[in-house]
Ligand binder design. Structure first.
Ligand code: ASP
Length: 323
C-alpha cells in the first residue's frame, strides 16, 4: 500500500471537556469532564460518517489529572498506529488543560512523519452550542491533508505546533496561542491555509525508539518541580524540596519560571545554586507569556532554550529518564 492509499484515520479518546457532561445545557463551566465515549463524539459529526475510522478509548480523564500511565498507554498506541501502512494519521481528543504537554511529549518522542492531531473543546458535549464537534471535524481535515505531519493541536479553526502552543485563556473557545511563532495555519471549511512549515518529522521507520521505550518502561518519571521567582521570593521552597533527595521520588530537577529575561530573586538564586551543588539540575525559563530567555554571557543558570516553564519541566524530566 502506498502513502496515497493510506486514508484510514485512528481516533483516540482521552476525555476532557470535549467529552464533558453538564446537567444543564446553559452550563459551560460546571460540568464533569471525560464522560462521553469517543465513539459518541465521532457519531455527533455527520461529516465523519464517510471517513474510514478506527476509534479507541485510551482513557477517560480530566486532563488536569494526567498521570504517567495514561501518557504511556497513549504514546504506545500512537506509536503502534503510526506503524500501520493503512493509517494516514491520528486524531486524539484531549482536555485543553494539559494538551500542550501531551503534544510536546508526543512530538519530542515520535517526530512523526504522519499527522498526529490533538483536539479538544472549551464547552462540554452537552452545551447549547458545543465547540467540540467543529474542532473534531477540523482535526480530521488536518489529519487527512496529504502534506500534514508532526504533532499539532487544532482548536477554533487554528493549527498550532506542539512546541509553541500554550493555553492562554481559561474560558474563551479559542484559548490557545503560539506566541511569537504564531499558528502554523488555519482550517476553513475543511480547507487548510498554512502560514508556516509543519513540525519537524523524521522519515518513517527511522526515528530513535529508545526515548519512547524509556518512557514506556518507566515506573515513575524523574521528579522535576516547577517553581516561580516573584517579588519577596526566598529559598524556602527549594530548601523544603531538598529534603526529598533520596528514594524513588527523590528530587532530580527544578525549573524556575524567572521574571523577565529569566532573572531570579537573589535569595531564591542562592538556594537554587545550593540545589545544583547537591546534584539537582536547575533550568530557568521565563514567566512572561511570550518571548523566550535571550541567552547572555554570565547568566547564572542554564536556560530552557525557548521552552515555556511547563514544557521545560517535561523536557528536563524526559532527559533525566536517560540518566
Ligand atoms: N477544562 C478542561 C478542558 O478544557 C478539562 C481537561 O483539560 O480535561 O478540556
Amino acid at each position: 500500500m502506498n502513502a496515497n492509499q493510506a486514508r484510514r484515520l485512528v481516533v483516540l479518546g482521552t476525555g476532557g471537556t470535549i467529552a464533558g457532561r453538564a446537567t444543564q445545557v446553559s452550563d459551560n463551566v460546571g460540568y464533569v469532564a471525560g464522560q462521553v465515549a469517543v465513539s459518541e463524539l465521532v457519531a455527533m459529526v455527520p461529516a465523519l460518517a464517510a471517513c474510514p475510522l478506527d476509534v479507541e478509548q485510551v482513557a477517560q480523564i480530566n486532563s488536569k489529572d494526567m498521570v504517567l500511565g495514561v501518557w504511556q498507554t497513549l504514546a504506545g498506541r500512537v506509536a503502534v498506529h503510526l506503524e500501520r501502512s493503512d493509517v494516514a494519521g491520528i486524531v486524539i481528543t484531549h482536555g485543553t488543560d494539559t494538551i500542550e504537554e501531551t503534544a510536546f511529549l508526543l512530538q519530542t518522542l515520535l517526530k512523526p512523519s504522519k499527522p498526529v492531531v490533538l483536539t479538544c473543546a472549551m464547552r462540554p458535549a452537552t452545551a447549547l452550542v458545543p465547540d467540540g464537534p467543529q474542532n473534531l471535524s477540523d482535526a480530521v481535515a488536518v489529519a487527512l491533508h496529504p502534506q500534514a505531519r508532526g504533532v499539532v493541536v487544532v482548536c477554533a479553526g487554528r493549527i498550532h505546533g506542539a512546541i509553541d502552543v500554550a493555553k492562554v485563556h481559561p474560558y474563551r473557545t479559542d484559548p490557545f496561542d503560539s506566541g511569537d511563532a504564531g499558528a502554523l495555519g488555519c482550517v476553513e471549511e475543511a480547507q487548510l491555509r498554512m502560514f508556516r512549515p509543519w513540525p519537524q518529522a523524521v522519515p518513517e521507520g527511522t526515528h530513535d525508539t529508545a526515548s519512547l521505550q524509556r518512557l514506556l518502561g518507566a515506573a515513575v518519571m524523574p521528579r522535576v518541580e516547577l517553581i516561580f521567582s516573584h517579588a519577596l521570593a526566598d529559598g524556602e521552597v527549594v530548601r523544603a524540596l531538598l529534603g526529598h533527595t533520596s528514594g524513588a521520588g527523590r528530587l532530580r530537577g527544578i525549573v524556575v519560571a524567572g521574571t523577565g529575561n529569566g532573572t531570579v530573586h537573589d535569595d531564591l538564586l542562592a538556594a537554587l545554586k545550593h540545589a545544583q551543588s547537591s546534584g539537582v539540575e536547575v533550568v530557568v525559563a521565563s514567566r512572561c507569556a511570550q518571548g523566550r530567555v535571550v541567552p547572555h554571557a554570565g547568566q547564572p543558570l542554564p536556560d530552557s532554550a525557548g521552552l515555556s516553564p511547563v514544557k521545560a519541566r517535561l523536557a528536563l524530566a524526559l532527559r533525566l529518564l536517560e540518566v
